[in-house]
Design a protein around this ligand. Structure first.
Ligand SMILES: *Cc1c(COP(=O)(O)O)cnc(C)c1O
Length: 391
């Protein structure tokens, strides 16, 4: 049997490798504390689960769903946008539920990228933007995100010939892995840039509700003209601790969403309806859980930042998102530092280079580790430091 070149050339998904290493350690009887994957440890709020269970008992929800989702869910998403961002969306044409936003992020490449086309992709970034581009036969052009630029892409630095070929521009704020946030002016510049070079914009925004110190992230859809050039991918995964249920959405440009719906109707059969009812409950029900979760993450953020600063690592406390993006100690590569922490004190951090070349020099720590484990992990990192004092 011969597998396709597209599969042969595909790098393994970052966290598959990390999970394998953790399993190896655990098999040897060593306990490992993971600051690896960003997957909320807190359960889905009770009222959402109650709605899910109730909906699961209704035989009407045992049958195939429609690709475009229940009208009630599309309306709930539109209402949530109005309330949260002051943006009016047409629930019929500007909203599309997804089987987790990762699904739509991957499939949208098939709507925009032909073999040989270019997508502009931030570096470091969530790996799906570049992988989906490659699966569609296209090529990612990487835009470095650096501390000097506040981890925002320098659009003017992209060479003119690349821009002529580029069809799609990926951005994502609050950002994974760097923790950076964007202001409305940035999104307005993105719209203008997209118009100038006839680019479609995809804004990945699963962390819009995970924020600290009273900060409220903005939506790409708030920029004038955003819906003429692009779509945004919010998600329920991180805001409502629903990663396991697989529910997300795309909103914005009707033509792009219609194309995505065409791909999806041929490849999948939509979001299971009981889960759609749970999503309606999440978006329309009481919102106290968001504040509660953010309070927990903010405490963890402060503990992690303090420990890392105490051992001399450079970290800026993020205003949003689930990650601490920390510079590695001098003399270490990001992979080397991550390997040493795992080897010597059984702590998993994600090497920044796993998110792209410009992630070199950093590691990412996720705040989705339960409090007691987090404390133990941090004391292990401090212990690692005391045994590695410069001589
Ligand atoms: C978690 C995450 C997603 C995926 O969310 P799902 O809705 O669970 O698929 C997308 N983008 C980024 C940057 C993420 O961190």
């Amino acid at each position: 049997m011969k597998l396709s070149r597209r599969i042969e050339n595909l790098p393994p998904y970052l966290f598959v490798e990390i999970s394998r290493k953790i399993a190896e350690k655990k098999a040897k009887g060593e306990d490992v504390i993971s600051f690896g994957i960003g997957d909320p440890d807190i359960p889905t709020p009770r009222h959402i689960i109650d709605r899910l269970v109730e909906a699961a008992r209704d035989p009407a929800n045992h049958r195939y769903p429609e690709t475009e989702g229940l009208p009630g869910l599309r309306q709930a998403i539109a209402r949530w946008y109005q309330k949260r961002f002051g943006v009016s969306l047409d629930a019929g044409s500007e909203v599309l539920p997804l089987i987790g936003s990762k699904e739509g992020i991957a499939h949208i490449a098939l709507c925009l990228i032909d073999p040989g086309d270019t997508a502009l992709v931030p570096d470091p970034a969530y790996p799906v933007y570049s992988v989906s581009t490659m699966l569609a036969g296209g090529e990612p052009y990487y835009m470095p995100l650096t501390a000097e630029n506040g981890f925002l892409p320098d659009l003017e630095a992209v060479p003119e010939p690349v821009l002529k070929k580029a069809k799609l521009l990926w951005v994502s704020y609050p950002n994974n892995p760097t923790g950076a946030v964007a202001d409305p002016g940035f999104f307005q510049r993105i719209v203008e840039f997209a118009r100038r070079y006839d680019l479609a914009v995809c804004h990945d925004g699963p962390y819009s509700e995970v924020a600290y110190d009273g900060y409220q992230p903005v939506s790409f859809m708030q920029a004038d003209g955003a819906r003429e050039v692009g779509v945004e991918f919010p998600s329920l995964s991180k805001s409502y601790n629903m990663t396991g249920w697989r529910i997300g959405m795309a909103v914005g440009n009707a033509r792009m969403l219609n194309a995505l719906k065409r791909v999806k109707s041929n490849l999948d059969s939509g979001v299971p309806q009981a889960i759609q009812y749970a999503a309606i409950e999440a978006l329309s029900g009481p919102q106290d859980c968001i504040k509660e979760h953010n309070t927990i993450y903010q405490k963890r953020r402060d503990l992690v930042v303090k420990t890392l600063n105490d051992i001399g690592l450079e970290v800026t406390p993020p205003r949003a998102g689930l990650y601490i993006w920390a510079g590695v100690p001098e003399g270490y590569s990001s992979a080397g530092f991550a390997a040493e922490l795992l080897e010597e004190v059984g702590v998993v951090v994600t090497p920044g280079v796993g998110y792209g070349k410009s992630g070199e020099g950093y590691v990412r720590l996720s705040l989705t580790t339960p409090d007691a484990e987090l404390a133990e992990g941090l004391s292990r990192i401090a212990r690692w430091h005391t045994t590695h004092q410069p001589k």
